[in-house]
Design a binder for this molecule. Sequence first.
Ligand SMILES: [Zn+2]
Length: 157
Amino acid sequence: MRIRTSDLRLLCLSVLTYHLGDNVDKISKQQRSKIMSKIHSKWTKQEILVHRILIRSKIEHQMHPKISGSPDILLNNKKIAIFLHGCFWHVCPKHYRAPKSNKKYWTTKAKRNVARDRSNVAELRHAGYRVIVIWEHDIRDSRKLVKKLNALTANIK
Ligand SMILES: [Zn+2]
């Protein structure tokens, strides 16, 4: 899927606003682009896309909230936590294929990741959050993803 320039501009602006709050006007252009490149190198494609959809749908949210259970996104005041999972690292039931070499190493790693994901989800649920997982394969079809997010947020608006 292609990201339009106008979307990207909106995204950058909101990312900046999110990270810098009111200080956004107090920094120079040079600093700004430095910060922006830093942010973008850290964010995954999945994060950028979902963040953008949430902004467009005017759904208040927080990326990378510092709470235990470490979800990727929190929908503000809704007690909804979102995880964005890569099909490989988080062992997607549909798409995960263990690499052929170093099998033992990868199996151990995969098991560890799955266990950590489970305990994170359990922790959040225990704290009263509804937990939603958006897989990497969900974002391949951006129209489906928009639908999914809309359905989700229609319930909670
Ligand atoms: Zn998958």
